[in-house]
Design a protein around this ligand. Sequence first.
Ligand SMILES: *Cc1c(COP(=O)(O)O)cnc(C)c1O
Length: 388
Amino acid sequence: MSNSKPTSSPVPLLDVNRGNRPLRDQIMASIAEVVDSGRFLHGPQVGELECTVAGICETSQAIACASGSDALLLALMALDIQSGDEVICPSFTFFATASAVSRLGAIPVFVDIDPKTYNLCPDEVAANVTSRTKAIIPVHLFGQCASMDKICAIGARHRIPIIEDAAQAIGAKYQDKPAGSWGDIGCLSFYPTKNLGGMGDGGMMVCNNQITSAKLRLLASHGMQPRYYHKLVGINSRLDTIQAAILNVKIAHLQKYAEKRASHAQRYAELFAGEGLSEYFELPYQTPEAVHVWNQYSIRVPDGLRDPLRKHLTDMGIGSEVYYPVPLHLQECFHDLGYFVGTLPKTERASREILNLPIYPELTEQEQDTVVAGIKRFYAAASSSKAA
Ligand SMILES: *Cc1c(COP(=O)(O)O)cnc(C)c1O
């Protein structure tokens, strides 16, 4: 394990430039158009992007905002989530899923995951519904949808609205229905590492209800209508016209990007199986009901070998990441909620075992071979040191 000097060029976890470079001229032209128009907010490019995203999500409404985090906050505000309300969400997710809940004084109720998909376990959701539950936020982690049929059925049974955190899952589907279109409101992010990544922050909310849509729009603009008359206490959360113009260029390629990610995922699976490595760690599980868009390619490395493997890859110049090392129920800021180690065993185990490997549309076969060879060397060294 010690002689892990780089033998080939480094493989970055993600290289956004490779996706953006071929579109540079088009992107620069679209930025110039905004600069010349002087309409830096509410330019027509924002509405154009909203239309395209609504088309992808198969929703009648789409409302741009400043980030995926704001989309979640605005969605909860639109549903009138109040101080003391309970909102069921996973702990195995990015912080924004739960911070939006806390920001409103509401209580995130963290429930455990299905260990195969890392998504909310519907039975755990059902078991945690109380008379105070005012929303459920399933997250479509890594680009694969949660069990939306079951989660929506629970919501319908108890009249609890569903907010989908689809930040990692634009274009994903579950039973042929797009991510974002299952719940009452779907939230998207255009953070640069997402499948539709901007050049800065950006987000969007999608829904099928015109009243909800109008409320989301009002809340995102200080609850102001008409100018200087405030109906609600909202926030200021807008998508810059420049950002929309950039995203309009990139969104034309989204489907192709997703197909490339899926073919890389398929090839990883073949390479790992071909090298006899799939017995050492778990490959990502794909539910037959889902169209996975592979925002992340995550393996599950048991036996305490995740961190040594990650170190070995880092030493070889191969990028990897741990999404997420500390589940939200064990975060310092949520200490007062009263969770402790052992409360959500499946989530905690995933945090110890997950390892995210490079996957992005422009990843080359050679780079993939390097990643697989690096992992192979790790296990070869691990088993020979065990034998010795
Ligand atoms: C990225 C992300 C967000 C937040 O999106 P931002 O645009 O970065 O604010 C929320 N939830 C999940 C699951 C995410 O991955």
